[in-house]
Design a protein around this ligand. Structure first.
Ligand code: SF4
Ligand code: SF4
Length: 363
């Protein structure tokens, strides 16, 4: 099997210490050696040495990963697992997979999701009407509306004036499947659009922000203009207050991609703690992956369901009325987990929707 030198060196970097076992959600769910990175890298070492041949078993082993990057922070050897897996998937894509993980089929999947998810889960928004006092920002703001957000969480609004952008998918569906040619093409077109304006680009999906930020990390013209809506709320709350009409207890599931996008949990917590009439309760493991990770829940429903229900058990322990999050697949997972556990007295909402539903006034 062809494998570039850098990928080989990255694989060899793994000392097989097994420290990632403490944090890897899929290993915690399965507890088998080939679900642990040590086992996966041993198989890849076998490929490098020529002892093993590329097979469906190795392919499934590296596909059994949520892309949560918990292992990255734990690994003493600095192994960047996503980069390695994406390159190996890319080098082994068959012509059929190139079509399956290409733009045309992705658009069909999104269309089907929109129709079926929309029919099964009509948007039960907590928003009532449009705020009459939408504020103007000193800088113009353009919204990057992700593909899944449009399907699962279409009601994104802010108490500030913003415009809808004309962006493509952030590219993660292609990147995570190893279709790096399509990913690079899409990412480049988005980057060119971002470069053409001097507006702030606001994201409401942690995964989109993380993916676009990764691509634009070294571009001085754009990297500081890619913001999450919580960054805008932080400014807004310097002169304004948010108030809930009724007393509420809320908790927050911290998406893996919000962390990799560089938005800290304390940034989110500061906003939630500042709301009048709202008590914030921290989850026991706020950053434990909810298990849905892209289409992982379709490929590995048992593991995804196990992790989603585990997350809901943590939510129940907080005594919260509402569990919030900031990524459409996480929101989907939370809703799934609540339904699976037959919990009716706790609601799951996107945090942007929740914040916009509150009253706001000058402080
Ligand atoms: S990215 Fe997440 S699921 Fe994948 S190996 Fe690392 S910790 Fe495990
Ligand atoms: S923590 Fe890093 S070095 Fe240790 S087994 Fe996991 S990937 Fe390999």
């Amino acid at each position: 099997m062809d494998m570039d030198k850098k990928t080989q060196e990255d694989i060899i970097k793994c000392s097989r210490c097994g420290l990632c076992a403490d944090v890897c959600p899929v290993y915690k769910a399965k507890r088998t050696e080939n679900t642990l990175l040590r086992g996966k890298f041993l198989q890849l070492l076998g490929l490098i040495r020529g002892d093993l041949k590329w097979s469906n078993a190795i392919k499934s082993s590296i596909a059994y990963c949520l892309g949560c990057e918990k292992c990255k922070t734990q690994c003493p050897s600095g192994v960047s697992v996503l980069e390695i897996f994406e390159k190996i998937k890319h080098e082994n894509l068959t012509w059929f997979e190139k079509i399956l993980y290409g733009k045309f089929i992705f658009k069909i999947k999104i269309f089907i999701l929109k129709v079926f998810y929309g029919a099964k889960h009509p948007v039960k928004s907590i928003l009532r009407g449009k705020k009459s006092h939408v504020q103007k920002m000193s800088k113009s703001v353009i919204h990057f509306n992700g593909c899944l957000s449009k399907c699962i969480n279409p009601g994104f609004r802010l108490p500030f004036e913003f415009f809808e952008g004309d962006f493509e998918c952030c590219g993660i569906p292609y990147k995570s499947k190893g279709n790096l040619d399509e990913y690079r093409a899409v990412a480049l077109r988005n980057a060119q659009k971002i470069e053409k304006t001097d507006a702030l680009i606001v994201f409401n999906c942690a995964t989109c922000l993380s993916t676009v930020r990764l691509h634009e990390f070294n571009n001085p013209k754009t990297k500081d203009r890619l913001v999450f809506y919580t960054d805008l709320y932080k400014e807004f709350l310097k002169n304004n207050k948010l108030t809930s009409k009724r007393p509420l207890t809320v908790t927050f599931h911290y998406p893996c991609h919000l962390k990799s996008a560089g938005i800290s949990l304390s940034d989110v917590e500061d906003i939630l703690k500042s709301i009048e009439n709202v008590a914030y309760k921290k989850l026991e493991n706020p950053d434990e992956c909810c298990g849905f990770g892209g289409d992982f829940f379709l490929c590995h429903p048992k593991t995804a369901s196990f992790l989603s229900i585990q997350k809901i058990d943590d939510v129940i322990k907080t005594g919260a009325d509402i569990v919030l999050t900031a990524c459409p697949t996480c929101l989907w997972s939370l809703k799934y987990g609540l339904k699976a556990r037959h919990i009716k007295n706790i609601k799951a909402y996107d945090m942007a929707e929740f914040l916009y539903s509150l009253d706001f006034h000058a402080s």
